[in-house]
Design a protein around this ligand. Structure first.
Ligand code: 9D3
Length: 246
């Protein structure tokens, strides 16, 4: 996997390159990273990358010409290999684990990180394949959303996780939230580990964990239950568990 990132704030990506799974995956050369700063493609004394919106209104927009130059330089460096261009944008499609898996199968991804109020719409029209949003909340630019996307993709790359089961077994991959987990000690501040987890009966443990997944998902994310389209048998089981609980 190769990531080409168009950003005014390359240093922010140290969060990805200097810590954790994504950092080790980079050392292992599971992916390559190139940064392209629109400021490097300006020609005026102030290295201007933004300007005021036509029609008025608050804030500034990223100018077309420096971004065009960045895209053209990426294209040149790709020597004919295909590129998939994503603009991180509040107007984008929500990022999902399904989308993350699709992206992890691509040889290359270009990420355009907006600042200010965003980019001139014609940049999107000419250079962008898809717009992606990371949630219905506002952050100050596309860099943190880009890093979230990259982290999610990188941990799916073969060899990134050490233990291969976890990436597949994740909640969302499965459609249900995760069950509660406990480690030592067996009792702390008056709270005991559920006894089923201490008894070593693995069939019972699996059944308990699945019950917890369904009950938690029902309580916290009923939208996920609907999306799962449970079978009538699964619905009956959930109803039975719900009656036991309250
Ligand atoms: C006044 C309208 N705002 C749009 C919702 C302005 C605006 C807010 C934040 C314009 C750009 C930004 C910067 N955010 C992103 O670039 C961004 C983002 C986000 O804010 N939330 C969730 N996903 C994303 S992806 C890129």
């Amino acid at each position: 996997m190769r990531f080409d990132i168009i950003t005014l704030f390359e240093p922010m990506f140290a969060a990805l390159t200097e810590q954790g799974v994504s950092s080790r995956a980079l050392q292992k050369q599971l992916y390559k990273l190139n940064f392209w700063n629109p400021r490097d493609y300006t020609h005026d004394r102030h290295n201007t990358v933004d300007d005021r919106p036509y029609g008025g209104g608050p804030g500034m927009l990223m100018l077309y010409p420096p971004l065009k130059a960045a895209f053209e330089n990426i294209e040149q460096s790709l020597e004919g290999q295909p590129s998939h261009v994503i603009y991180l944008s509040p107007q984008g499609n929500p990022l999902t684990q399904q989308k993350v898996m699709e992206l992890a199968a691509k040889p290359q991804i270009t990420l355009l990180c907006g600042r200010y109020e965003g980019v001139d719409e014609r940049v999107i029209e000419r250079f962008v394949d898809e717009e992606i949003c990371v949630g219905d909340f506002v952050v100050s630019g596309g860099e943190l959303p880009a890093m979230m996307l990259m982290d999610a993709v990188i941990r799916l790359l073969p060899g990134a996780l050490g233990h291969h089961l976890s990436a597949q077994q994740d909640s969302f991959s499965q459609g249900l939230l995760d069950c509660p987990h406990y480690t030592r000690p067996e009792e702390i501040d008056g709270m005991r580990v559920p006894s089923v987890l201490l008894e070593g009966h693995h069939k019972k443990i699996d059944a308990w964990r699945e019950q917890q997944q369904w009950l938690r998902t029902y309580a916290r994310r009923p939208d996920l239950i609907e999306k799962l389209a449970p079978t009538s048998e699964q619905r009956r089981q959930l109803d039975a568990w719900l009656k036991l609980v309250d």
